[in-house]
Design a protein around this ligand. Sequence first.
Ligand code: NAX
Length: 327
Amino acid sequence: TTTPVTVTVTGAAGQIGYALLFRIASGQLLGPDTPVRLRLLEIPQAVKAAEGTAMELADCAFPLLAGIDITDDLKTAFDGTNVALLVGARPRTKGMERGDLLEANGGIFKPQGRAINDHAADDVRVLVVGNPANTNALIAQRNAPDVPAERFTAMTRLDHNRALSQLAEKLDVPVTAIKKMTIWGNHSATQYPDLYHTEVNGKIAAEQVEESWLRETFIPTVAKRGAAIIEARGASSAASAANAAIDHVRTWVDGTPEGDWTSAAVVSDGSYGVPEGLISSFPVVARGGGFEIVQGLQIDAFSRERIDTSVNELVEERDAIQKLGLV
Ligand code: NAX
């Protein structure tokens, strides 16, 4: 028998949590041979709701589910954890300035980073989903100095998958015909989905679509898809976000296929002019259990400007959390 892998999910009683937990427990996160122990972290008011979800998880009788702990205590939540999915965050409320938002999230991600530092397993991998995801990940990472920085990532896989879907529809091809999609920068409206390196049936995607479609339709559709979902559903993306979190971790552990890459927000090593230390989305391959930024891509002037705009936003967020003493 294999020792169960411990997976911590924060914000477990939320809508992404509800879509995510059943997939993890059924083996879709770590594969059909790996038993999972779930740790659900919630704020005290939502512990009861998380207990309800745990009752339903029990009722699925998942063969791979080795146990569930529900807690509002950080040490218990992250003790020995191998995979930490940080989903719970403080949403922006009406009239809230960016500084207030970052401060409120600092109150969540700073102590979580410390708890991961002090209690998680040596091989811990962290994915931040809760917004503002890149900067929340940076706060957690900088408060976990004993954990290798590259173990902290933020999610842009949903943006990546949205871009695949939009392009597949436009060219009337299956998503499997598309390789080397890239999301650059921040998981925000400034993100840059790049078609200049994307291949569709082996040919560059940007050469198969009108420039006006790429600039005026594709980029804004991908970047504003979250808002369009809210408009249509009356609630933000949940199942698709959970699916992207599963994809992100699965790729991280299993690797990217030969001849392809994916998008993830990882700690910058200075590649492509992105300041070192920022957690920014890049084209990445996963190999040997780690992400590596794809090197050597030519960046044209249009792409350069788009990447810089999004990265500058990340710089501003980093400066703001520095001023607030969060990192
Ligand atoms: P919900 O409001 O449904 O759930 C959030 C849950 O987090 C709540 O149950 C709340 O009690 C809990 N929570 C709050 N503070 C906590 C803390 N300190 N410790 C533990 N739990 C805490 O939001 P949901 O729709 O599930 O979305 C969760 C987060 O994902 C949001 O920040 C959202 O903006 C973000 N998203 C990120 C995406 C991405 O691509 N990176 C896409 C989807 C989503 O918008």
